[in-house]
Design a binder for this molecule. Structure first.
Ligand code: MLT
Length: 269
């Protein structure tokens, strides 16, 4: 059994409290590149989700860590914890964007001793409704038939209207990343997200500092969802809204996201 089932990328200094960044769907750890570039003095670890970037196929990841039947964010969270422990990391600031945020919430529930502080970016703590769940399962099937074409249309939803109107190079970059997701990774992630429970209560007695951040033009993670997480965070929180950015705030305004992550990291490092 592997103790480090996910691909992990190290950036910055080799010692110090790490900042762990978990990416959104359907991208991979490269979505953090411009954020990481603004944090040269912070030890940053980025990981790829099962079946994305350099990580093995989801079934291999699940075989290494899973106590859960079927695709689940619990398996993904367990794989993150196992990978970090395999690298000697037993405490970290963990921040996740959207799907990465769902995994950070699962870590708060299952591996809370790992968390020195938590960042929840363009994400939410509620479960899917029936329609959203059905859409995910449809996309999972579609990915089995047509691979990454199944997510091609998502780029228009995940980027803010300002980025889409004014920054074609960012649109093309995100499109290029999304085109590289594997069918197994896309299908597994969608099934795992469809199965996730509501997890606001995981924040309530967490008692570590929190950051809640969203792009002002994010159409999928609402201000209401962000405020609910900020209120729930037992250890206090900062709520940041990034203007002119959508759901992929870390790609659309990496400087603003890096500044907020730096404050979170400095509050405990
Ligand atoms: C993401 O960016 O990770 C996705 O929007 C998550 C989701 O589909 O809920």
């Amino acid at each position: 059994m592997s103790t480090a089932p996910l691909a992990l990328h190290r950036h910055g200094p080799a010692s110090g409290l790490p900042l762990v960044l978990l990416h959104g769907f359907p991208l991979d750890a490269r979505m953090w590149d411009d954020v990481v570039a603004q944090l040269p003095d912070v030890p940053v670890l980025t990981l790829d989700a099962p079946g994305f970037g350099g990580s093995p196929a989801p079934d291999d990841v699940a075989a290494a860590v899973s106590r859960e039947p079927g695709p689940s964010l619990e398996t993904y969270a367990d794989a993150v914890a196992a990978t970090l422990r395999g690298e000697g990391v037993d405490r970290a600031v963990v921040a996740g964007l959207s799907m990465g945020g769902y995994v950070a919430l699962a870590l708060a529930e299952r591996h809370r001793g790992l968390l020195a502080a938590v960042g929840l970016l363009d994400t939410r703590a509620d479960a899917d409704g029936d329609d959203a769940r059905a859409n995910r399962l449809r996309m999972a099937e579609e990915a089995g038939r047509s691979g990454a074409d199944a997510v091609a249309g998502m780029v228009d939803v995940v980027l803010g209207e300002t980025t889409r109107a004014e920054r074609p190079e960012v649109v093309e970059r995100v499109r290029g990343w999304a085109a590289q997701g594997t069918p197994a990774g896309i299908a597994w992630a969608q099934r795992a997200m469809a199965a996730r429970p509501a997890r606001l209560s995981a924040l309530e007695d967490l008692e570590v500092p929190g950051l809640v951040l969203r792009g002002a033009e994010d159409l999928t993670s609402t201000q209401e969802a962000a405020e609910a997480m900020a209120r729930a965070l037992g250890g206090g929180s900062e709520l940041v809204v990034v203007p002119r950015a959508g759901h992929m705030s870390a790609v659309e305004d990496p400087a603003a996201v890096a500044q907020a992550l730096r404050r979170l990291h400095a509050s405990v490092a």
